[in-house]
Design a protein around this ligand. Structure first.
Ligand code: MN
Length: 746
């Protein structure tokens, strides 16, 4: 008899909860599909019959609570309510997704399927498992955002009832909540849910601190009430006089955000002055835009209280990415205390509370799910073709989601998994070894970044390559993946062998010309002359072009000192060894008309045989000419240099033609003048290209700004004109940059 009474009460409680759900649903503007909701409830109720939650409640109370959150706190319709009611049926009972589909149709079945797939939690035991679960989460979300919204509701209820869980389980759930669900709720614009999730996590993680802050808030309550009444009274009066219909509410900072502020700023509770905010929710007057009315209310308030000039947040002109619209202003209250005032229309308020799900309602005024579906499609598109916007959307996932792995996108939207800390170069090697070996940089979210750029989750990465590129030893310092490491090392092993062979060939050719054998005696002479320790090292250095083979006679035969210019004139005009350009370190003379002297400018003969004129300071790639001075050194001028012109006219016979050879070691200071629109971050963009992409050093930098236009003078170390040209081209690609000019010394 008693047993019966208890069952009856429980059943009554269940029915009562269901009636609450229905009445909340009826209060919404959704189409009234009571029948299918009732069917879903009855089905779930029967399926979970006899099962209890850890708290001792009948299991069905959980799906019912989730469904109520879905309708009341998120504002979703019948499809989501049914899915919420059914969300644990496949996971916990013998029913299958097919059963759900047969009874409730494909839409509800696929949502339940998505919810079942991610029911295991995102944090598995292993990194790979986490990655897989995260992928599932992304995919199910892209298929139907309602999956995530219901999942958030599910999580919220689990958090509200967390007390009955064992501590270890609690901590795991809290971890996930703070890592994924709270940021997700934030991103989807579900502010109250986000706040509650954070608060509950904090409460279970730091119960003592939570209680302490809660108690302090309570202690201040009376004083705060008095302050609020005083503060809001004149606003109330003025807005009423202006004919507005509105609601004023006091907003108290959540325990969690108070604690966050206390811990990040390292201040005690008593020093948090923005505990209280005032919110104005107004019913817009017809014929005036909501935006205008927000500003009208703003000026009404600032006639009473002085606004803080730097604390106006206009999210009306540019709503937040998650849809949030409002005008926030901070004003000085009677006691000199700053108070934030949030101004919102009723529509803005609903969006702020229920997130983007509330958007469709206002879009057409039709209470139809198709608008929501359209919005879901755009989310899906965003995930498929991530744009800067979509990256924004993925931002939430960046927040320490994974200690060990991140997800990035190819330009085509494929998801790739990389270890955290991986660079653009790692990504290139992951796609293909050739891409890695030829990688010169990357575009991340459409912006140029250097090879060593550390990728973040959600980045969209496009690899940039050049046929001219070869791997550098420094690369090993910043690649983090084993794949990239091994490919780069393999390249250098191969390269080393090749250079040794090249060096050997070059040395033998030169020795042959001198008709000298490469025997031990000569080899030892060479080792001591060039100061290298082994034959292999000698050949390697020759292979890399680091040793000047034109010094062979000196090393082996003991040369006579002679005037460089005389030696130069005595040397027969032979054509340079063109297949040996990498190691062409000797002063060669090319076939040129007689009487005209030619000098090849290499790095080795710099200063000894030629000097760059200080007046015009030419750099490799510039059109140049040489002037043979009295000491036999050729002074190199730019062709257009006025001094060179004078020399040409007066000392024609001493004019030497000159050609640059590739310079890679020496760098030269050049000045670039860059003009453009002075937008925040533009100088950083330029610097990123200069010092990031090209790893160029900057000697001096001066930026002036006037009337929104900046003029930057950058003194940069470069190797040649080619580099300047390429650099200028890349800087010009920055949208805000109008002109880039090399300032040439005349
Ligand atoms: Mn559940």
């Amino acid at each position: 008899m008693e047993e019966n009474a208890k069952i009856l009460t429980e059943e009554e409680a269940i029915q009562q909860e269901f009636q609450r759900l229905l009445s909340e649903y009826k209060q919404t503007a959704h189409r009234q599909k009571i029948e299918i909701i009732t069917k879903a409830f009855n089905f779930a109720n029967a399926a979970h019959k006899g099962i209890r939650r850890r708290s001792g409640e009948p299991y069905i109370m959980h799906p019912l609570a989730v469904a109520r959150i879905v309708v009341k706190e998120i504002g979703l319709g019948s499809t989501s309510i049914c899915s919420a009611l059914l969300h644990d049926v496949v996971e916990d009972t013998d029913y299958t997704v097919e059963d759900i589909e047969n009874l409730f149709g494909p839409k509800i079945a696929s949502i339940v399927d998505g919810l079942t797939k991610i029911s295991g939690g995102v944090f598995g035991e292993h990194a790979s498992e986490q990655a897989e679960n995260f992928r599932k989460l992304l995919l199910t979300m892209s298929e139907d955002i309602r999956v995530i919204l219901i999942k958030i509701a599910d999580r919220l209820h689990n958090m509200r009832t967390l007390g009955s869980m064992p501590t270890a389980k609690q901590l795991k759930i809290i971890g996930e909540t703070l890592y994924i669900y709270a940021p997700l709720a934030h991103r989807l614009g579900l502010f109250p849910i986000k706040t509650e999730l954070e608060n509950l996590s904090f409460k279970y993680e730091h119960p003592d601190t939570y209680a302490m802050i809660e108690q302090k808030i309570a202690a201040d309550k009376a004083a705060r009430k008095e302050f609020y009444d005083q503060f809001s009274a004149p606003i109330n009066k003025k807005l009423t006089a202006l004919g507005y219909q509105f609601v004023l509410t006091a907003r108290i900072k959540s325990v969690y955000s108070i604690w966050k502020k206390m811990s990040t700023r390292n201040i005690p509770f008593e020093e948090i002055y923005d505990l209280l905010a005032l919110r104005i929710i107004f019913k817009p007057k017809p014929d005036i835009s909501e935006k205008e009315q927000c500003w009208m209310i703003y000026s009404a308030i600032t006639e009473i209280y002085k606004p803080h000039p730097e604390r106006i947040r206009d999210w009306i002109s540019t709503p937040k990415a998650n849809g949030y619209e409002a005008l926030h202003v901070t004003v000085m209250g009677q006691d000199g205390q700053w108070v934030e005032v949030q101004i919102r229309s009723e529509r803005m308020h609903e969006i702020a509370e229920k997130g983007l799900a509330a958007h469709w309602k206002y879009k057409t005024g039709e209470h139809d799910e198709s608008e929501l579906d359209k919005w879901l499609k755009t989310i899906k598109e965003m995930l498929k073709h991530p744009e800067p916007n979509a990256i924004d959307f993925m931002d939430t996932f960046k927040l320490n989601l994974f200690a060990s792995e991140i997800f990035v996108f190819t330009p085509k939207g494929e998801i790739k998994t990389l270890p955290q800390g991986a660079t653009a170069l790692d990504f290139a090697f992951m796609l293909h070894s050739d891409l890695g070996l030829r990688c010169i940089g990357a575009k991340v979210n459409h912006k140029l970044v250097p090879l060593n750029y550390v990728l973040k989750g959600g980045d969209q990465v496009e690899v940039l390559t050049s046929k001219k590129q070869t791997p550098q030893k420094e690369w090993l310092d910043f690649v983090t993946t084993a794949r990239a490491q091994s490919r780069i090392k393999a390249y250098f092993r191969r390269e080393e062998r090749l250079r040794i062979l090249q060096g050997e060939k070059a040395l033998k050719t030169e020795m042959g010309k001198l008709e000298l054998p490469l025997d031990t005696e000569n080899l030892n002479k060479l080792l001591s002359y060039y100061k290298v320790l082994s034959k292999n090292e000698l050949l390697r250095q020759i292979g890399y072009g680091n040793l000047n083979l034109s010094e062979l006679p000196k090393a082996l035969i003991k040369p006579k000192q002679e005037n460089i210019f005389l030696r130069y004139l005595k040397r027969p005009f032979t054509s340079s060894n063109s297949n040996n350009t990498n190691t062409a370190t000797q002063v060669t003379t090319t076939a040129i008309p007689p009487k005209e002297h030619n000098i090849i400018l290499t790095e080795e003969n710099a200063d000894k045989q030629y000097q760059l004129a200080p007046c015009c300071r030419p750099i490799p790639g510039d059109n140049i000419m040489g002037y043979l001075d009295d000491s036999g050194v050729v002074i190199i001028h730019k062709r257009q240099c006025p001094i060179a012109t004078k020399l040409k006219t007066n000392f024609g016979s001493r004019i030497v033609t000159a050609e640059w050879q590739t310079h890679k070691l020496f760098s030269f200071v050049e000045t670039l003048e860059i003009r453009g629109i002075d937008k925040m971050g533009v100088i950083i963009e330029i610097l990123k290209i200069i010092s990031g992409k090209y790893s160029m050093n900057i000697k001096a930098l001066k930026v002036e700004s006037e009337a929104g236009i900046f003029t930057g003078t950058f003194e940069i170390y470069v190797h040649d004109t080619e580099e300047i040209k390429e650099l200028c081209e890349n800087i010009r690609k920055i949208r805000e940059v109008n002109s880039v000019q090399r300032i040439e010394k005349q």
